[in-house]
Design a binder for this molecule. Structure first.
Ligand code: GDP
Length: 397
């Protein structure tokens, strides 16, 4: 049976691990980069020609020549956000329209979905980003949603209106949104892009890099429910979200920060508070790229990491943001105990990433979880990246 080789980059913590950066570092070796889940709640921050670019819907491979960027079937897609992003990239001299491919089975986020998050208090505690993602997935699973394929149907507008009417009736004292000109421009943009049956389309290629959003601990099944996102952030999400067979999955790169962050409520065993938390928030610039919210911060949790590695069949790790910890006399990592009484190992801190204490930290992680750290990110820029182990043979196909 023929299928493309699919290598995966996904987050092993609560998101914001720096996946966009890792995808960008690896993307040049693949003809296709594909987002498999999530929506514009993801904010992948990249630096292109010294300019900061935050991508919400467009995959992080967009800055590479000759790489197709796929918005997969598992994604929920906001046409207005896509329009803004495409125009933003065009202003940087990149035409994403030449590279973007959309899975026909992806679902649309409509203005009514964003409105639902505003008028209902649902999701407030969970810390949702209010981009309409939860309601769009809820409609998808309630079989009321609008797949991308339907934008070509003659009754598309009526189907959208019917969904507006359905939701508006739930909140009669609130004024529902209307469909703006920008919305229709977003739909026109989508109509100008290739919309494909992914299983078949991907067969043209030997290798695909699948890009995850959020992190394993936020997976709707495997994460810290109910403080989770609405999609499968794990490797299971790749199979469903790109519509590929399980045999196609090869390398799974798990991205981890040298410490832990999380947004919104929910369990966080290694959380630190007060000045320790402030230090990490400031040094690590731990503020959401989509929402601007400060992130909760804590030490690296190797117990949670081991779970995430097992669940995803992680073959390699990519470590980010260890530079943030430079200058600390000691760093802590969780090695056991319960969620309420974690047990830590204290390791020597490092002054720079050339310090042997940093290599000791990396080896400690590898020894604990049994998976090699292959890539190390040393700062936010594209160039701040090195591979610690010899590259895997490029046996594409
Ligand atoms: P993603 O959603 O997993 O791609 O992560 P985000 O983009 O939300 O957050 C990662 C943030 O950390 C971005 O602002 C990156 O520019 C930055 N970043 C990524 N890797 C590193 C690193 O190794 N060191 C530092 N200091 N910043 C990094």
């Amino acid at each position: 049976m023929r299928s493309p080789r699919v290598d995966v980059v996904l987050g092993l913590q609560w998101g914001d691990e720096g996946k966009g950066k890792v995808v960008d570092a690896l993307a040049g070796s693949y003809p296709v980069v594909a987002r498999f889940q999530g929506g514009p709640n993801a904010g992948h921050t990249l630096y292109y020609q010294g300019k900061k670019v935050v991508l919400h819907q467009v995959p992080s491979g967009i800055f590479h020549e000759g790489v197709y960027c796929v918005i997969g079937n598992g994604v929920v897609l906001d046409p207005e956000v896509l329009l803004r992003e495409v125009e933003g990239l065009q202003a940087l001299g990149i035409d994403p329209k030449e590279k973007l491919i959309v899975g026909k089975r992806a679902h649309l986020i409509l203005p009514i979905h964003r409105w639902l998050e505003e008028v209902s208090a649902e999701g407030e505690k969970i810390g949702t980003t209010r981009r309409g993602i939860g309601p769009a997935y809820a409609d998808r699973y309630a079989r009321r949603g609008i797949p991308v394929a339907w934008i070509d149907e003659a009754d598309f507008a009526q189907r959208v209106e019917a969904l507006f009417t359905y939701h508006a009736a739930r909140f009669p004292s609130e004024k529902p949104p209307t469909l703006s000109e920008t919305f229709w421009k977003g739909i026109e943009l989508l109509r100008s892009l290739p919309r494909v049956e992914l299983t078949e389309w991907l067969l043209q290629f030997e290798a695909v890099l699948a890009e995850g959003s959020q992190g394993t601990m936020l997976d709707i099944f495997a994460g810290t429910y109910p403080y989770v996102t609405s999609s499968h952030t794990t490797v299971a999400g790749v199979i469903a979200g790109l519509s590929v067979p399980p045999q196609s999955i090869r390398e799974v790169y798990g991205v981890i920060k040298a410490y832990t962050t999380r947004v919104g409520e929910g369990p966080f065993p290694t959380e630190v508070f007060g000045s320790e938390a402030e230090w990490l928030q400031t040094r690590g610039n731990e503020r959401g790229s989509t929402t601007g919210r400060l992130r909760r911060c804590g030490w690296l949790d190797l117990v949670a990491l081991q779970y995430a590695i097992q669940l995803n069949g992680v073959t390699h790790l990519a470590l980010t943001k260890a530079d943030v910890l430079c200058g600390l006399p000691q760093v802590k990592v969780r090695v056991g105990g319960s969620d309420t009484a974690p047990i830590y190992e204290t390791l020597p801190g490092w002054q720079s990433l050339n310090d042997p204490a940093f290599e000791h930290f990396v080896r400690f992680i590898e020894g604990f979880v049994g998976v090699p750290v292959r890539g190390i990110s040393t700062g936010p820029s594209r160039e701040d990246w090195y591979e610690r182990l010899p590259k895997a043979p490029k046996s594409l196909g």
